[in-house]
Every structure is written in structure tokens, then in C-alpha cells.
Ligand binder design. Sequence first.
Ligand SMILES: C[S@@+](CC[C@H](N)C(=O)[O-])C[C@H]1O[C@@H](n2cnc3c(N)ncnc32)[C@H](O)[C@@H]1O
Ligand SMILES: [Zn+2]
Length: 309
Amino acid sequence: MNLPSWLADLLVCPFCGGDLRLQSPSEPARDPVFVCSCGRSFPVREGVPRFVESDAYVSSFSFEWDIHRRTQFDENTAGASTRRFVEVTGVRPEELHSQTVLDAGVGTGRFADVVSSRGARVVGLDLSYAVDVARENMGHRENVGLVHGDICAPPFRPECFDFIYSIGVLHHTPDAERAFRSLVPLLKRGGSIAVYLYPRDASSRISDVYRRFTVRLPKRLLYLLCHLAGPLYYLGEIPVAGPVFRFVMPISRHPKWRLRVLDTFDWYSPRYQSKHTYPEVFRWFRTSGLADVELMDIPVCVRGRKPAA
Ligand SMILES: C[S@@+](CC[C@H](N)C(=O)[O-])C[C@H]1O[C@@H](n2cnc3c(N)ncnc32)[C@H](O)[C@@H]1O
Ligand SMILES: [Zn+2]
């Protein structure tokens, strides 16, 4: 993948906000580097600017997305990612045609795939090495750019995106509200931002108890244990006892075995996983100066617009 020139124009130093200068390598075997006047530099490997040196606290996602590279893509789920995008954001991907869009926490790129195939110019940002899976999935598209970086220190110019979405991501940072607030300045005036966060409910209180143990397990072992979600699913189908089982042993209820394993691992492995309520997220939007705040049917999905003036 080559670094798209339009992407380079959006980037700034995540530490000081300064302009970056792209330095070509002195030897062909070395990577180009973005250099800032504050003295910091950021390599560009395989066309992906790297603003972080590791996958920090999201190594479970590097592991998970390396296995499930295209499991959730539309072609393997009969269009489920497109439907999910519409449900969660309240926006049809066609409406984003020609717009510059940020996918904050792109993962393997199932939603960036949906949006870029309808003509939007999409930047996918991720802290995990899933960004390299996304590169393999979509790096050949001229309207897709990928960035290895942190939502909490985003390397983008203020007010450079027409639309920002972050689906199932902010609750995996140490402070979801702070992560949300770091995205708002990136939005153009008149642009919209849509987020999906996990809701707080009784069942997640139980799984939080299990998570204290599961997040400490070696990833391979936990992934192996998640294969039990295959047969255990049927216990949840038994009349009367089934609902009780489902309550005390929350596992994915996805009808497809492979997606059940993925979703169960995705639930029990991430280091951070906060839960939220509509009033709380609504308040984040209003106190960030966003208007026309809309709540979707699935909790907790909220969209708002930055006023034009
Ligand atoms: C559950 S996955 C969702 C991926 C994608 N949005 C989707 O729905 O398929 C959460 C993603 O958020 C990323 N993530 C978590 N914290 C992040 C941060 N601070 N900055 C950027 N990405 C982050 C993880 O690496 C992971 O790929
Ligand atoms: Zn700098």
C-alpha cells in the first residue's frame, strides 16, 4: 500500500499539533518518516503512518483480528455489516459519498469497507495491529487511508472530517468520555459524529465478575475456552432452564458457531470494557457543543452534529 497524498494532508503531530514534513528514506531499504519541528518523528511502514510504537492495552484485539480477518465482512455475513452500520449510526452509507470520514477504531475494517465501497474517503485509525489486517483488506483502495494511532491522541488536523463514527470502541479505552471528547475537535462545522457504546445491564454485571479472571488468561487459552460457546449455546435454548443459564453464563447468542466464538472472546478478553447509559452519553454530546442529538433504537447509540457557526 502507498501512503495516499490526501491522507498526508490531514495529519499533524499528535503531541504538539504541529505540521509534519515527509522525509524520504536515505536508503531504499528504509521507511519514509514524518518529522515534526518538536523533534519527534513517525515512520510510515507499508503506507501506514505509525504514531504509536506498540499495541499498548489492546493486544487482545491484535490477536482476535489476526484470526478473524474477514469473518464479519458483508460477503461472509449476508450484508450484516451494512445493516449494522445503518442501525448504529442512523446514516445510510450512500449519504457519505464524497465525504471525508474517520472510522475511529477501524479493527479489520468491516465498516470502512461498507462506507468506502459507497464512495466516501475513509481514514481508519486503530491502536492494535488490526490496522495491518485492514491494510491487507482495503489498502488497495485509493479512497482508504490507514493510521496506527490512539484515539486519545489523534494525529489529525482540527475540523478535517465531515463524519466520524466509532462503533464498539470507546468503551475499550481507559476513559471512554475522554476518548469521545478527543474526537469532537476533528469534526468539521456542520459535520456529524456517531458512536456505539456497550449499555450497562444486569447480565454485564455478572460477566464483569468473570472478566476479572478471563482478562488475565493467556489469549490462546481463553480463545480455546471460547470454543465452548459452540455447544453451550444449546443449553440456553432449553425451556425454563435456558434463560437462567443464559443469565448466569453470558456468552454470544449468535446463531453461527464461528461468530459465537469470536463474539465471546471479544467480550471476555479486552483489558478495558466500560458500560454506559443513554443519559450519560447524551450529556457528553450536549456538553461538547453538539446539536441535533439523536438516540438510536439499539442502546447505547448516539449521533450529534457540530453546529455550522
Ligand atoms: C471491538 S473492536 C471494533 C472494531 C470495529 N469498529 C468493528 O466494529 O468491527 C474495538 C477496536 O477498537 C480499537 N481500539 C481500542 N482502543 C483504541 C484507541 N485508544 N485508539 C484506537 N483504537 C482503539 C481496538 O484495537 C479494536 O480494534
Ligand atoms: Zn510535534
